[in-house]
Design a protein around this ligand. Structure first.
Ligand code: NCD
Length: 332
């Protein structure tokens, strides 16, 4: 069902860039990677590095008390497996109380507006909202609405941004490939509907990456990207030549007009990442995917499960990265 938005529609999907810092210049919300300064980005990645040990299998008690007494509300108005679950684990490892609002059975289904729901949860002393919504700019609008002690994290807003996914992807690239400024990164497939691709592109550019390639059919790529270092390719072999990182994306049917949805099998034939095609990239290249994966459409199983795949590592690192984001904004 479509939630009643009550003035939640985006006026300007990019408005998050200005509104994520408080009057002291500290990160109050995390809404977008566009315009997020390099030092803030690196501070999040370095903090996540420290949390990797807290979440490691070797450690018996995987908890720190940084968010003890705080309440984190997960508000997912769109489906999610990895993002919602890793936010919950991350919040619990920081000792927060976590409330997962079940949107299907909440009063949203009775016509309550999102901002009225938010007001009620603030009245229950919410400290952090983690929000996923199909409307671009939804999190930024909620951030403008809440009182100043409350924090909002964008867990995906329409086709706009998915900043924590972008951060965990950057963390993964840095982990395996070290210096991001020296990398060649290729993003294949449905870039135009992908908030993940957008967050990655802004984050990579901020960290000095000079070779970012988006590869796919014309219908799934922006015609040009006005950001230094980003190039558009309509030929997979050309685009993949010598790259260090290959990221594939799901065809996001739910964000497309009926007529333009590409068929799975023909898409795979032309754009699917197979071992043969991956051989165009650097021999040490890593393969990434934000999930959910559609095997045999954007990626072959042999690649998804192959030695160059770091797809499940991305998921694990997502916990440490989300712990870092929550602990940093809660301390501001
Ligand atoms: C992505 C999303 O929701 O944008 N998934 C995720 O959070 N890992 C990508 C997608 O839906 O295809």
């Amino acid at each position: 069902m479509t939630p009643n938005l009550h003035a939640l529609d985006a006026e300007d999907a990019n408005s998050g860039a200005q509104s994520q810092f408080n009057s002291l210049g500290n990160l109050q919300h995390l809404l977008t990677l566009e315009g997020l300064p390099k030092e803030t980005l690196l501070h999040i990645l370095d903090t996540a590095e420290q949390f990797v040990s807290v979440t490691s299998l070797q450690r018996e008690v995987k908890k720190v008390p940084l968010l003890r007494g705080k309440s984190v509300f997960n508000l997912f108005f769109e489906n999610s497996t990895r993002t919602r679950t890793t936010f919950e684990i991350a919040a619990k490892r920081l000792s927060a109380d976590v409330i997962n609002l079940d949107i299907q059975t909440s009063s949203t289904a009775k016509g309550e507006s999102v901002l009225d729901t938010i007001d009620n949860l603030v009245a229950m002393q919410a400290d952090i909202f983690v929000v996923r919504h199909k409307t671009s700019g939804a999190s930024a609008n909620i951030a403008r609405h809440v009182p100043s002690h409350v924090h909002v994290i964008n867990a995906g807003d329409g086709t706009n941004q998915h900043p924590t996914q972008g951060l965990l992807d950057l963390f993964t690239m840095r982990h395996f490939k070290k210096d991001i400024s020296q990398l060649k990164v290729a993003i294949i497939g449905d870039v135009i509907h992908s908030r993940v691709a957008k967050s990655n592109i802004y984050g990579l550019a901020t960290l000095g990456c000079k070779d970012i390639r988006v590869i796919g059919p014309k219908s799934l790529l922006p015609s040009q990207i006005d950001l230094q270092g980003v190039r558009v390719f309509h030929d997979l072999s050309d685009g993949l030549a010598g790259v260090d990182v290959v990221m594939t994306l799901r065809i996001q049917k739910e964000r497309m007009a009926q007529g333009q949805v590409p068929e799975g099998e023909p898409f795979f034939k032309e754009w699917g990442l197979t071992s043969e095609r991956l051989a165009q990239a650097d021999a040490q290249a890593i393969v990434m995917h934000p999930g959910p994966m559609n095997r045999g459409i954007e990626i072959a199983s042999e690649v998804a499960d192959g030695p160059q795949s770091v797809i499940l590592k991305q998921v694990t690192f997502g916990i440490a990265v989300r712990m870092a984001v929550m602990s940093i904004i809660a301390s501001n």
